[in-house]
Design a binder for this molecule. Sequence first.
Ligand code: PMP
Length: 401
Amino acid sequence: MDKNIRNDFPILSRTVYGHPLVYLDNAATTQKPRQVVEAIADEYYNVNANVHRGVHFLSQQATELHEQSRETVRRFINARSTNEIIFTRGTTESINLLARTLAQYHSNKTEMGEVIVSQMEHHSNIVPWQLNGFKLRVIPMSDEGVLDLDTYQKLFTPQTRMVSITHVSNVMGTINPVEDIIRIAHEHGVPILIDGAQSTPHMTVDMQALDCDFFAFSGHKIYGPTGIGVLYGKEEWLNQLPPYQGGGEMIKNVSFELTTFNELPYKFEAGTPDYVGSHALAVALDYVSQIGMDTIHQHETELTTYAIKQMQSIAGIQIYGNTQHLSAGPISFNVQGIHHLDLGTLLDRLGIAVRTGHHCAEPLMHRLGAEGTVRISFGLYNTIDEIDTFVSGLRRVIQMF
Ligand code: PMP
């Protein structure tokens, strides 16, 4: 990876407690390149106007940027049509949108039905289904964090309404075999959502190759702004589902007696959209595309492999998940006899930003028999030197206990 890339991220050259910042919390959110921050400022300074409704120049220009951004997203994930790209606030809202509209879609049935999830889901792929009345059936995993696909096959019933699985675990970094998981769902005639929050920033994701029915990701985890994300849905599914929220933009005609709804994708985008966020997200996607997702994946895989090797030589460390199958994603660990929060706090004093706790995956923590873990996670700008700093910092902190 070109060292100059770090210059695009001003925050990386700041210090924390007198130490150069080592930012290893990328699974929570990534830092933003100048290009993205400047795109936001530029739009507010020079273009700002509400989209879609205006005849005037600025409104048309803002609309053009917003709709071009949808096309950038389409291209980035290789969807068939921009009708399949719904802008949301992020992965969480994307899953809530789907859970709510799917519940309405099935509301005439005597039972709401079941959704198959896995033991390693983020809370945002558990709670929305529960809130909307679905029963969860759970794919178990091995001690190494590998999903049990034989049991998965047996979880389907006539009441299965959806399979909803994370692509990459936000705790262990496991890349799930989503191609097989999608194929099996379709063999049972059941649609499937892939939670791409932790995969999209680290590898090429291709909707037509994957053939999933729905896919969700967040802009802020892929060097874009907070508050914008995407729900991809196959057109035939999105056409069948009812609208999510009501308001401006999502309607065709409104009267007090009868309202008709707009076509895709606007049917699911009530109110003024985050048109500045969508543009900045497109700039972020162009930024990573220019580097190349394969280059990013390779770089981060090297970092992960190197980090695990270094960490394994530390006495008393336990790394969760199958260390052979770890992706470019996060690495979770504990050190015997030291609370994860203490480790995180003391690493922070050395300028090393890590995350501690249950990582919004309490059922997974129960499965791993851990109350919480320390998690490090990489972005395209991290370096081998930073891993060395982290590992020697970790050794120092352990010695203090
Ligand atoms: N799913 C996974 C796997 C995640 O890692 C996260 C974020 N930690 C989410 C969903 C939720 O994403 P957001 O908070 O951006 O909506």
